[in-house]
Design a binder for this molecule. Sequence first.
Ligand code: AGP
Length: 612
Amino acid sequence: MCGIVGFTGKHQAAPILLDGLSRLEYRGYDSAGIAIRDGEKETEVIKAKGRLKILAEKTDHGASVPGTCGIGHTRWATHGEPSTANAHPHRSDDGNVTAVHNGIIENYQELKEKLLRKGYVFHSSTDTEVAVKLVDYYYKKYEGTPVDAINHAMVRIRGSYALALMFKDYPEEIFAARKDSPMILGTENGESYIASDVPAILKYTRNVYYIGNMEMARVKKGEITFYNLDGEEIEKQSRVIEWDAEAAEKAGYEHFMMKEIHEQPKAVEDTLNSVLQDGSLNLEEMGFTEEIINNISCIYIVACGSAWHVGMTAQYVIEDMAGIPVRVEVASEFRYRKPLLDKNGLVIIISQSGETADSLAALREAKEKGVRTLAVVNVVGSSIAREADHVFYTLAGPEISVATTKAYSTQLMASYILAIQFAFAKKHITEEQYKDYIQELETIPGKIKRILEDKERLQWFAAKQVNARDVFFIGRGIDYAVSLEGSLKMKEISYIHSEAYPAGELKHGTISLIENGTLVIGVLTQPELFEKTVSNMVECKSRGAYLMGLTGFGNYNIEDTVDFTVYIPGTDPHFTASLAVVPLQLLGYYVSVARGLDVDKPRNLAKSVTVE
Ligand code: AGP
């Protein structure tokens, strides 16, 4: 996610802003910038693509940009490639408003068209520049205060934002506004601070204010006034931050993995909202017209690791909904298999990093054979994103933990969106089904949140698995695809041997491995396959297995068979992977923690495998 900082006080602003941004680097970014105001002089904006040190060198570590008021930003691209032009701060052409932003303006296209009609010009492809010029437009139109102008903009903007803005008419002051994206403010010894997160200002103050949703602030030197959406002043109590810097980067969670598991509801919601407009899905921005969709004869999904597991789920969903044949391939096999591809096929490459060597090679193999390609990636401007014909960006934000969680979940959401849109375009589902599926997708984030509320039960169960030698995850259909991901989570961070098996396949060899007390986890979310999998679990139980059942609320009769049950909220059977995976992520996490292992950086693994 982007990081924002702001400062106004007695000291020079630039060094403080650069220092604050350096403490937000963990959030991931691809460019950075600062804007400094020196009294009545024109605001100076300096931006640089790449690492923060480039910006620091450009400003002589802040020394070459005098001024005691300023804002700064590290950008994680969501709209527009990583570049200096797209880097923040952005400002109106006359320098009236300069701002930095963390979040996503979902309706930025319609707002941009409105501003273009009003004579504004744009120099970047970012949603942020639109927000800045919208505030400028209202400031001039209503000739009010900055708070009035920001207020008008907030009413028009749909999406999420943490905004820090400077106005030419208000030297030495900063204004802030927030909806959904994180922001804190602080004061100390006659100086004031703004930041996306605690680490950026912990060195200067532990007295912080949490600005609420749809609230604004006027930040003067050592004095902050808060306003609600009616423009009325509101009182706020400051809080004292007890965290140390490292704990603050993880927002108080012990590991990035747990933080990212908890970011899944928002990441999944942002990914859905990025293509949801007035209750329908719009893939036009990715270049997927109805004509292109209707010419797709078959789909090849190619990926590695967890991304491949997403493909395994997507295969069931797309084939069942859209009636398009889907073949799922491990990228490292695909690239050497001399694949026979249908010219009218579509190759979908799924990759969080967009840099996985095998997946990139598979993409190039597909392009060499003249087949249309779509990349589902999380990193804007990554190699796979740049080389594919179409790109569907997941909006998980930077994923720090090696074991993927939120990126996997956003890839699942992306695959549902494609399945539904393809099915509707091919008239494989009715308009009513189309709307119903979309409405059900909108409930997924809340259902994930509901599961996270019961995480302590899994922590208790995980503590009992610390000395397990083998763990088996079994399921049928989508439940098998989920088992694959649950098994990978377990083995990659707890180092316990684990296997995922199609439940019906156990008796063809693997069941010989079941011993007294072997943990067998049955994933049971597919109504038509429920009884079949239960009987496979009973086969394991009769050989001494300890059974955990993972199923929807209401299937309470399972407790007659299994030793431990985890329930998840109900949803359409096509979408159950998004819910069933969460307890399995937590199980792997807690077992790893109980074993005292380095959860975020497991041995032998890299976050992105950029070599063969
Ligand atoms: C999963 O927890 C691992 N981090 C790994 O399997 C990962 O999914 C795989 O390496 C693919 O990475 P990518 O999505 O960046 O291409």
